[in-house]
Design a protein around this ligand. Structure first.
Ligand SMILES: Nc1nc2c(ncn2[C@@H]2O[C@H](COP(=O)(O)OP(=O)(O)O)[C@@H](O)[C@H]2O)c(=O)[nH]1
Ligand SMILES: [Mg+2]
Length: 191
């Protein structure tokens, strides 16, 4: 890996986005991998938003992130990863342009019980040319699907990786980021 190489051409501050639908595990993911206490802004999920936010599978969730999650991982003396969790709900979409500015890549978290919730994120990164992978967050009740079926369902190009993860598990979530970096490096090399 070229991370400790002066000539790698990578900027020293790498910005990655953690995207996906409401309740898919973005805040959990950032909290799991971040070396700093992650910053996040949460507001109580009000009864007003209960009508607009889909709660299937997240019935016990009482708070929702309205601004963003922010975490940091030091890779070497030279490279630091900054993670930004994107707001999941459609009414906060105006923030996405700003957040994606300068982003080097993205993790799109998916929950197979509500797969369609990640379509907007997939479309967004495809249209902006931001490299991404899809990480299926395996909730306990998640049905297991073959990645080929998921690829079809998401209409993903063959080169976009699909990985499984548990956002609560550090090794698993870090593995997602390593896969993403690998994917970004491979696609850079092919350009
Ligand atoms: N079983 C299971 N629960 C998870 C996982 N990731 C997150 N959760 C739970 O799912 C809920 C929503 O997660 P959260 O990170 O707030 O989702 P966000 O809206 O995308 O930020 C929380 O209660 C988490 O504890 C996972 O991998 N497995
Ligand atoms: Mg959140």
């Amino acid at each position: 890996m070229p991370f400790n190489d002066d000539s790698d051409g990578f900027p020293s501050a790498l910005k990655l986005l953690i995207a996906g639908g409401f309740g898919v595990g973005k805040t959990t993911f950032v909290g799991t991998v971040s070396e700093i206490e992650p910053l996040h802004t949460e507001e109580l999920l009000t009864t007003a938003s209960v009508g607009t936010d889909r709660l299937t599978g997240v019935e016990r969730k009482s708070t929702t992130t309205v601004a963003m999650d922010f975490g940091r991982i030091t890779i070497s003396g030279r490279h630091v990863l900054y993670l930004f969790g994107t707001p999941g709900q459609e009414r906060f979409w105006f923030m996405w342009d700003e957040l994606s500015n300068g982003a080097m890549g993205a993790v799109v978290l998916a929950d197979t019980r509500r797969l369609e919730d990640c379509f907007p994120a997939v479309d967004f990164f495809e249209s902006r040319g931001i490299g991404f992978l899809v990480a299926v967050n395996e909730f306990d009740t998640t049905c297991r699907y073959q990645t080929d079926d998921l690829r079809d369902a998401l209409d993903l190009k063959p080169d976009i990786p699909i990985v499984l993860c548990d956002a609560r598990d550090r090794r698993s979530a870090t593995g997602v980021l390593i896969n993403l970096m690998r994917h970004l490096l491979t696609s850079r090399a092919q350009r």
